[in-house]
Design a protein around this ligand. Structure first.
Ligand SMILES: Nc1ncnc2c1ncn2[C@@H]1O[C@H](COP(=O)(O)OP(=O)(O)O)[C@@H](O)[C@H]1O
Ligand SMILES: [Mg+2]
Length: 333
């Protein structure tokens, strides 16, 4: 049995193709990562899998059950934690979890027992009797996750669980996710953080504009880029254009430039000759380097190469303020 089986799933909102023919199979156990920028379709997919939204077309089976056949049975076996904490501000942490337990149909005693067990495990026992409005952002997110654990789900759907969290709370959540995996829970986690996908997910699908654009292990995705990345920091940023011209044709993809820092990256693969040739050409043009390094590709490089824009951008187009863009010689004046 698979945890999730999705075939040609589509969800249209009028002209907007939120999902445009997605296929997925997620085995039981481990973390499966769904990586994509804002608007890629991640939440839409998660909500369909959680039986909260009906697909326009296609099929989805959760733990062997079709989402349209028996949504109730699915809901009892999965947990969902979303981006926005779905907890009641005016209740205490414990009361919130007790309520969730009652919704699952547990007796009051059983609901309280589970509430306390989950509070303990996500480190909120000390704050159990405080109203949620006194909780920090990180605590609310943990409580939301706790609510999804009350029913002891076989499959946990986490929709951008760490977006907006400070590094410390993010780390805590990652640790908890790893504990859950060790206990045998299957997790589907959406994220726009490449570092998070890299750290947690055994398998990844990359989505953009409602379509799967790549899939594999984090290492496989990085290997698609083929080997090392040469990074160059110029002494004189005015030379960027000359450098891009000189690098043309070298490496396995066009050089990219980070507009904020002026860092030029060239994927050279296993071809160390390309490194030597690049340096020879720059020397000939009397380009001075402040810094030079050769590093392994990151998922960020993968994403940029696949889509032309970074995953963590507010705008879907590569022209955004924060977006790095693929540099072609000639498009800087
Ligand atoms: N209820 C809706 N009505 C119309 N468009 C929607 C609705 N929900 C989502 N969309 C659109 O569908 C696309 C995918 O959205 P979403 O699944 O929320 O992406 P993500 O979670 O990856 O940011 C976006 O273009 C979004 O604007
Ligand atoms: Mg979303």
């Amino acid at each position: 049995m698979l945890a999730v089986e999705v075939e040609q799933l589509k969800k249209y909102y009028g002209d907007v193709h939120a999902l445009d023919g997605v296929d997925l199979s997620i085995p039981l156990g481990g973390v499966y990562g769904l990586l994509g920028p804002n608007g890629a379709g991640k939440t839409t997919l998660v909500r369909i899998l959680a039986t909260l939204l009906k697909p326009t077309h296609g099929r989805a089976r959760i733990l062997g059950v079709d989402v349209t056949e028996d949504p109730g049975a699915i809901r009892r076996r999965i947990g969902l934690a979303g981006q926005s904490a779905a907890v009641d501000e005016l209740l205490t942490g414990r009361e919130n979890l007790e309520m969730v337990g009652r919704l699952y149909g547990f007796s009051r005693t059983e609901a309280l027992r589970r509430a306390d067990e989950v509070l303990e495990r996500i480190d909120l026992a000390d704050a159990a009797n405080r109203t949620v409005k006194t909780y920090s952002g990180g605590m609310r997110r943990r409580l939301d996750l706790a609510a999804s654990l009350v029913g002891h789900p076989e499959l946990l759907l986490l929709d951008e669980p760490t977006t907006g969290l400070d590094p410390r709370s993010r780390q805590d959540l990652w640790d908890l996710i790893e504990e859950l995996v060790d206990e045998g829970t299957t997790l589907l986690l959406t994220t726009q953080y490449l570092e998070e996908a890299d750290r947690l997910a055994r398998q990844l699908v990359v989505v953009d504009h409602g379509k799967v654009i790549s899939r594999g292990t984090p290492d496989e995705l990085k290997a698609q880029l083929g080997g090392d990345v040469l990074e160059l920091h110029l002494e004189d940023p005015g030379k960027i254009r000359v450098v891009l011209e000189q690098l043309e044709g070298l490496g396995s993809a066009p050089a990219t430039i980070d507009e904020k820092t002026g860092l030029i990256s060239l994927t050279v693969g296993e071809d160390t000759g390309a490194v030597v040739e690049a340096l020879r050409r720059l020397d000939r043009e009397r380009v001075q380097l402040r810094d030079l390094s050769l590093r392994k590709p990151t998922l960020d490089d993968v994403f940029l190469t696949l889509t032309g824009h970074t995953a963590q951008t507010d705008e879907p187009e590569p022209t955004g303020r924060k977006a790095r863009r693929r540099a072609r010689s000639g498009d800087r004046s």
